[in-house]
Design a protein around this ligand. Structure first.
Ligand code: GLN
Length: 470
């Protein structure tokens, strides 16, 4: 499988045309049996490819991602191409505009070849709740791909595309990257625009990138990063600071979040120990760091995520978007009731109900507001941990990919496994998952690096240094 950088170089030097690259990727996506793609964007991809080829012929710069096929999670808007968030309530919804991240990738020469499958509204950790059915693990169809951006992880793992976009609210890029054996990064909150990204929990949501290595991720992030007037939470930071910077690991201080090693399977622990050993071999020191309140992270995360979701999802009421059921003459409430009952799946309904409860009069102080206070303290604890070390090392997920269906009836089992990933969302810090080798049943494990805000270039550099030796 060629990297995004190699593909762009081949297209620029006319060893292959962008149209040929697009056709190959579209054919590979069409023949995949993992249910990773929900919509293929043939016409759009081929038109963009022709434009890239024409630019090259005319001697114009086609951009750093010239002719690179990319897959986009189906909760990120694409003008003229259906965007459903995996929900019946948005079936058939065709956005009139592109998300900023999509527009910027295409401006850099990339070709969006299709939309990928996900948990409904990105709520989940297994990519099993989509109205289009579950995503299957690339190495074992009986296992889950991880989630919620499972389709994007599989699209990269199967070699259909070298780059894919996901969203990461509590781990949805890093955890499926770990399960599928690819690279995944959630940048600092505010690094990438959320404009045109279907909101789940706005204070936690961030777009992330799947790739085969750190260098490809850096090219994609650089193309998308920076201030967007359409998203007031974006930072006015130069995109070219995204590296990865060449690094020397000698003297680097790596903090192992010891609490997160508990409850980790033997195979995942061995894989992580391997990554820690590679840091040490390269001259870094690995020390244990304490993270007070880590046991409250999942509760805080889910209360905040559900509260924000209950507000964000109020718009799917049969008025403006997608599905509309019931008779208009019965009034808005009746239409909303019928539409939401039929259009939103079980897990989404559970979250909207719990989130509304957590925010309701008389309970907000005990739940939503308390969760926000705990969040602040967890963010401070991470900041304190990073005062003594350069980077934190943790498992991306406590186990390898589980079996399809295994946790669907046990939401708590699904939620608690997010303890490793949700820390970076609660604090806004950047975090990535790098392939750490095989664990139980030969399935991939991921190692997570968490760094201070805006440290992506260094994080990517460190990841490259330890992955290259794997
Ligand atoms: N598993 C987490 C949840 O269900 C994270 C999902 C995500 O990052 N989108 O909320």
């Amino acid at each position: 499988m060629t990297s995004a950088r190699e593909t762009a170089a081949a297209v620029r030097s006319r060893r292959v045309t962008a149209v040929e690259v697009a056709e190959t990727a579209l054919a590979a996506a069409a023949s995949s049996t993992s249910n990773a793609f929900v919509t293929l964007a043939e016409a759009r991809a081929l038109a963009r490819a022709a434009a890239v080829d024409a630019a090259i012929t005319a001697g114009r710069d086609p951009g750093p991602l010239a002719g690179v096929p990319v897959a986009v999670k189906d909760n990120i808007c694409t003008a003229g191409v259906a965007t459903t968030a995996g929900s019946a309530v948005l079936r058939g919804f065709v956005p009139p505009y592109d998300a900023t991240v999509v527009a910027r990738l295409e401006a850099a020469g990339a070709l969006v070849i299709g939309k990928t499958n996900l948990d409904e509204f990105a709520m989940g950790s297994s990519s099993e709740t989509s109205v289009f059915g579950p995503v299957r693990h690339p190495a074992d169809p009986g296992r889950v791909a991880g989630g919620s951006s499972g389709g994007s992880a599989v699209a990269v793992a199967e070699g259909v595309v070298p780059l894919a976009l996901g969203t990461d609210t509590g781990g949805s890029v890093r955890q499926p990257a770990a399960f599928c054996g690819v690279f995944g990064i959630k940048p600092t909150y505010g690094r990438l625009s959320r404009y045109g990204v279907i909101a789940y929990a706005s204070s936690l949501d961030q777009v992330g990138v799947f790739s085969r290595d750190a260098d490809d991720a850096a090219v994609a992030l650089s193309a998308m990063a920076g201030r967007d007037p359409a998203d007031a939470t974006t930072a006015a930071r130069a995109a070219d600071e995204l590296g990865p910077v060449p690094v020397d690991l000698r003297g680097l201080r790596v903090g192992r979040i010891a609490d997160l090693w508990q409850g980790v399977s033997d195979g995942v622990r061995a894989a992580l120990d391997g990554v820690a050993a590679r840091f040490v071999e390269s001259g870094a020191t690995v020390v244990d760091v304490e993270l007070p309140l880590v046991e409250a992270a999942v509760s805080s995360y889910y209360l905040i995520a559900m509260a924000e979701a209950s507000s964000n999802l109020a718009r799917y009421d049969g008025t403006l978007y997608g599905l509309r059921l019931g008779e208009a003459r019965d009034g808005h409430e009746a239409v909303a009731r019928a539409t939401r009952a039929a259009g939103l799946g079980r897990e989404v309904q559970r979250r909207v109900l719990m989130g509304s409860f957590a925010l309701s009069a008389g309970y907000a102080d005990a739940y939503a507001e308390r969760a926000a206070r705990v969040r602040r303290r967890i963010a401070d604890a991470l900041q304190d941990a990073l005062a003594g070390v350069d980077v934190l090392l943790a498992p991306t997920a406590p186990t390898v990919a589980w079996r399809q269906g295994e946790r669907l009836d046990d939401p708590l089992a699904m939620y608690v496994a997010d303890v490793t990933t949700c820390l970076a969302n609660l604090s806004g810090m950047p975090a990535l998952s790098l392939p750490a080798g095989a664990a139980e049943d030969g399935l991939p494990a991921g190692a997570q690096l968490i760094g201070p805000a805006w440290s992506e270039a260094r994080l990517l550099g460190w990841a490259r240094a330890v992955t290259a030796k794997a």
